[in-house]
Design a binder for this molecule. Structure first.
Ligand code: URA
Length: 212
């Protein structure tokens, strides 16, 4: 697994405003979108491109264009939806799938997939999983496993904040035959007894969409 932490003053500034409990939902949503756009630049560094002959007003040339099959962006519901707009703005030609996962209350270490809208065959597709908080790592491992069962071999997870415990869990539990990268804006101190990231930003889904 490859981990990339964005060390950049703009990212640090936006992350600080995002974390502040006094930041209202409207600004929070905008900052998530901006941070994802910055992350997308790094996350798509290995995007496959092919030659494309074009003519500029001055001369013919061979440029590059995103290869087919199109990359797929997969937000993990619900909080991952808040990152979708920032990703599609950077990669409008990508396809979008959806994955809804929640903790299995009878087996708390396991995840239940309660919704999915994904192609049956993900072989040869570059997949971008988006989920803001890499806390225990359980959802990320389960989501990647789900994509791998459909043939995915190239998965990049884009998160805003990660906990060291979650990173370790992902490192130890992702199928090593998959090319797997994680891009995050920051790595925090750890998890509290409710598995919230400390200092973190609270419940990302609630801060994006209100408490339901
Ligand atoms: N999910 C969140 O929304 N926040 C955390 O701190 C951990 C998981």
């Amino acid at each position: 697994m490859e981990l990339q932490v964005l060390n950049h003053p703009l990212v640090e500034h936006k992350l600080t405003v995002l974390r502040d409990k006094n930041t209202p939902s409207s600004i929070f949503r905008e900052l998530v979108s901006e941070l994802v756009t910055l992350e997308a630049y790094e996350a798509t560094r290995n995007l496959e491109v092919v030659d494309k002959p074009i003519e500029t007003p001055v001369a013919p040339m061979v440029g590059k264009t995103i290869a087919k099959p199109r990359p797929i962006i997969v937000p993990v519901l619900r909080a991952g939806l808040g990152m979708l707009d920032g990703m599609t703005r950077m990669m409008p030609s990508a396809e979008v799938g959806f994955l809804g996962m929640k903790r299995d209350e009878e087996h708390p270490t396991q995840q239940i997939t309660y919704a999915n809208r994904l192609p049956d065959d993900l072989s040869g597709r570059q997949c971008f999983l988006i989920d803001p908080m890499l806390a225990t790592g359980g959802t990320l491992v389960a989501a990647t496993h789900y994509l791998a069962e459909k043939g995915a071999k190239d998965v990049t997870a884009i998160c805003i904040i990660a906990a060291p415990e979650g990173i370790k869990f992902v490192e130890e539990n992702i199928d090593p035959s998959i090319s797997f990268r994680v891009v995050v804006c920051g790595v925090d101190e750890g998890l509290n007894d409710k598995s919230y990231i400390v200092p973190g930003l609270g419940d990302a889904g609630d801060r994006l969409y209100g408490v339901i």
